[in-house]
Design a protein around this ligand. Structure first.
Ligand code: G1P
Length: 298
C-alpha cells in the first residue's frame, strides 16, 4: 500500500519561546519569512504526500488561516501588480490539509493517537515541526522508499554527540540490513547520557504502520509523565519489525532559541533578497567581535 498521509503534531505549548508563544503558535515563528510549519508541509508535498493532518491545540488558529486563502490580501496584491508576493501567498493554499484539536496535551504519543480516524488502516508518516531537514531526496521520501521494500515501520535517526542523547529518543541498533538501515533491539526515550545505548537519535520523521494506534491506546505514560511515541514504537517492535534509517543530510533544530537563531542565519545566507547584505553584516560583526575575543584570551 502506498503512503499518502502525513500527521504533523502541532499542539505543544511552545514554552521554550515564551513570551513570544503566549498568544501565538510556535509553528508560525518564521525562519526569515516562512513559518517553520510551512517547511514541513513543503517536505511532505515534495515527498508525494497527498493529505496532511495537523494536530493543533490552543492558540493554533493562525496555522489554519495561514494555509487558507486570504481574498482581501490577494485582491490588494493583484491591484498593486505585486505578482511575486501574490504567488507566495497563493502557494500556501494548494494543499489538502485537515485539522484536529488535541484537547489535553498528554504527550507526543497522545497527539499522534488523535490521527487514528484520519489514517485508518494505512501506513503513514509523522513529521515533527522542530526539525527542518535538508537533503537531495527529502527525508520523508527516503522513509517512503524504504517502506516500498520492507513494508515495515521505519524511524529516521541521526548521530548526535553522546552528551546530547538525553534530549532525544535513542535506538539500540542491532546490525544493518543494508547501508544505513538498522534493525533495532529497542527504543529508549530520553535516556541519561551515560545510559544511552547508542548515539543514534530519533529526529522527527517516522513512517509507521497503522498498528501503532492499538499500541498507543494502551500505552502508559513514560518520560515526563507523558504518553511517549518512542515507548509505543518500542512496543510495536515487539510484534512487528521496526527499522531505523540513518539520515546523512543536514538537520536544523528550530525547537530551541539557539537552533532557531542559527537556522535563521543559515537560511538568511541563502535567501536571494538578503543574502549579500547579511553576509557583509556577519563579516563586519565578526571583525567587531574579534578584538574582544582576543582580549579575553590575554
Ligand atoms: C521528541 C521525541 C524524541 C525525538 C525528538 C526529535 O522529543 O519524543 O524521541 O528524539 O522529538 O526532535 P521533544 O523534542 O518533543 O522533547
Amino acid at each position: 500500500m502506498q503512503v499518502k498521509k502525513a500527521v504533523i503534531p502541532a499542539a505543544g505549548l511552545g514554552t521554550r519561546f515564551l513570551p513570544a508563544t503566549k498568544a501565538m503558535a510556535k509553528e508560525m515563528l518564521p525562519i526569515v519569512d516562512k513559518p517553520t510549519i510551512q517547511f514541513i508541509v513543503e517536505e511532505a508535498l515534495s515527498s508525494g504526500i497527498e493529505d496532511i493532518l495537523i494536530v493543533t491545540g490552543k492558540a493554533k488558529r493562525p496555522i489554519e488561516d495561514h494555509f487558507d486563502a486570504n481574498i482581501e490580501l490577494e485582491t490588494n496584491l493583484k491591484s498593486k501588480g505585486k505578482t511575486d508576493l501574490l504567488k507566495l501567498v497563493e502557494e500556501t493554499t494548494d494543499v489538502n490539509l485537515h485539522f484536529i484539536r488535541q484537547s489535553h496535551p498528554k504527550g507526543l504519543g497522545h497527539a499522534v493517537l488523535q490521527a487514528k480516524a484520519f489514517v485508518g488502516n494505512e501506513p503513514f508518516v509523522v513529521m515533527l515541526g522542530d526539525d527542518l531537514m535538508e537533503s537531495e531526496v527529502p527525508l520523508t521520501k527516503q522513509l517512503m522508499n524504504d517502506y516500498e521494500t520492507t513494508h515495515a515501520s521505519t524511524i529516521a535517526v541521526m548521530q548526535v554527540p553522546q552528551e546530547e542523547t538525553s534530549k532525544y529518543g535513542i535506538i539500540n541498533p542491532e546490525g544493518q540490513v543494508e547501508k544505513g538501515l538498522y534493525n533495532v533491539k529497542n527504543f529508549v526515550e530520553k535516556p541519561k547520557a551515560d545510559e544511552a545505548p547508542s548515539n543514534l537519535a530519533i529526529i522527527g520523521r517516522y513512517l509507521l504502520t497503522p498498528e501503532i494506534f492499538e499500541v498507543l491506546e494502551n500505552q502508559a505514560p513514560g518520560a515526563g509523565d507523558e504518553i511517549q511515541l518512542t515507548d509505543a514504537i518500542d512496543n510495536l517492535n515487539k510484534t512487528q519489525r521496526v527499522f531505523a534509517r540513518e539520515f546523512t543530510g543536514k538537520r536544523f533544530d528550530v525547537g530551541d532559541k539557539f537552533g532557531f537563531m542559527t537556522t535563521s542565519i543559515e537560511y538568511g545566507l541563502k535567501h536571494p533578497e538578503i543574502k549579500d547584505k547579511l553576509r557583509e553584516y556577519i563579516i563586519e560583526l565578526g571583525q567587531e567581535l574579534a578584538p574582544n575575543e582576543n582580549k579575553k584570551s590575554e
